[in-house]
Design a protein around this ligand. Structure first.
Ligand code: SF4
Length: 408
């Protein structure tokens, strides 16, 4: 039985996201990309841009099958699509918040303005040290903060856009996570979300044979198979433990469990309130429950990607100290800081999210532990499917099963 040494799931709020009612859906208008990231889950196919008709049909299918607040426009890199502005406009007109997941390489201030005018709600920039970025080769995670900040400032100048950064976390980059958390705190006014996605691959040291549709298959054709032996079972709690070495008070508030393991943290969410000068504390489970419930009651959907105009309302959020112990702690520490220096009253109090994502776990009994209530469901032949494993459907027409090797 897996137990977490650092966080217990029964003490957190289980995010209410499910297959038909989920904060997010995942659209891939192209599989083409201008980088070749180490941990990428998608085969890079140059001529794979979907037509506007196909994209419209997919968004309509999302609307039929799934109650979503935002649509992550991913890929590939969606900025490679020649009609990306029209795609963003179409999604916004169909009532969803378009959020662009990009490596940022093709983003210019002019394109940003066009995307904003078309209705973009925000950007998630994938930036990490294993992307082979031209001009940023051999830079570590901390050195890449300069690049992250340039995007955050570009968005802040355009105004009204949510700014998120995600990075894949490998065994050798895990020690950088506290520094990224620290950097994000210092830019809490312009960085709204940090996402850490744990590296996963199908590697030879796994004691399985691989089958699809009853036939033994060669997994080597998939973008996420690898021949190197490296760690593929980092857990969200490893990241929390690493962050707590430097920030012992770091406290998650909400999670999504695994399909096979109720006590695994497939999505582990932390929310904190602070200014550029100081983090005053971490919100608790009741805060997140109230926000998600109130949004669903008033908007009919669960919340994804808060507008900067709302994340900057930290002082109003302190009202939730009536029901949330975490916010009470924030209010106390904010009040004493203001009493020490009343000028702090004139500085903004901001909310920032930190999400840790733990994709597929191969369990010893050969079951595959996926995210229960996966927000990143995309479409394959009109069906909702896990975007992180869609290559299996493209190559074999069905999911790959792991079967314990007879000799293992
Ligand atoms: S199941 Fe896969 S696609 Fe869905 S949230 Fe988890 S990692 Fe992402």
């Amino acid at each position: 039985m897996m137990t977490s040494p650092t966080v217990h799931h029964r003490q957190l709020y289980r995010l209410p996201w499910s297959l038909p009612d989920n904060a997010i859906s995942w659209l891939e208008p192209t599989s083409a990309c201008n980088l070749a990231c180490d941990g990428c889950y998608r085969e890079n196919v140059a001529k794979s841009h979907k037509s506007l008709e196909v994209v419209r049909r997919e968004v309509e299918t999302f609307r039929e099958l799934r109650n979503s607040d935002g649509i992550s426009i991913a890929g590939g890199d969606p900025l490679m699509h020649p009609n990306i502005v029209e795609i963003v406009r179409m999604i916004a007109e169909m009532g969803f918040k378009p959020v662009i997941n990009t490596n940022g390489g093709m983003l210019t201030p002019e394109l940003l303005r066009e995307l904003k005018r078309a209705g973009a709600a925000g950007f998630t920039f994938h930036i990490d040290s294993k992307q082979g970025r031209p001009k940023w080769k051999n830079k570590n995670e901390v050195e890449l903060n300069e690049l992250r900040l340039s995007y955050a400032e570009m968005l802040a100048e355009a105004g009204g856009l949510s700014c998120a950064f995600n990075s894949t976390v490998y065994e050798d980059t895990l020690p950088y996570t506290p520094e990224l958390i620290d950097w994000a705190a210092k830019h809490i006014d312009v960085v709204h979300v940090m996402v850490f996605i744990l590296f996963r691959a199908a590697v030879p040291q796994l004691p399985f044979d691989w089958y699809a549709g009853g036939k033994k298959i060669n997994l080597g054709v998939l973008a996420y198979s690898e021949t190197k032996e490296r760690k593929i079972d980092l857990r969200s709690t490893d990241v929390v433990a690493e962050i707590r070495k430097r920030f012992p008070e770091f406290t998650p508030c909400a999670y999504l469990n695994g399909t096979e393991k109720p006590d695994s943290f497939k999505w582990l969410l932390t929310g904190r309130l602070g200014s550029k000068e100081k983090i005053y504390g971490y919100v608790g489970p009741k805060f997140m429950e109230t926000i998600q419930t109130m949004y669903h009651l008033t908007q009919g959907r669960y919340l994804a990607y808060t507008k900067p105009a709302h994340t900057n309302l930290g002082r109003s959020m302190l009202l939730l100290s009536l029901i949330d112990r975490g916010v009470r702690g924030v209010a106390g520490s904010y009040l004493s800081a203001v009493l020490t220096n009343p000028l702090r009253l004139f500085k903004g109090l901001h909310y920032q999210s930190i999400m840790i994502i733990q994709p597929i776990d191969f369990l010893e009994n050969s079951l595959q532990n996926m995210c229960d209530g996966c927000p990143d469901m995309t479409l394959w032949n009109g069906e909702l499917v896990w975007s992180c494993r869609m290559e299996e459907l493209k190559h074999f027409g069905c999911w790959v099963r792991s079967v314990p090797r007879a000799s293992a």
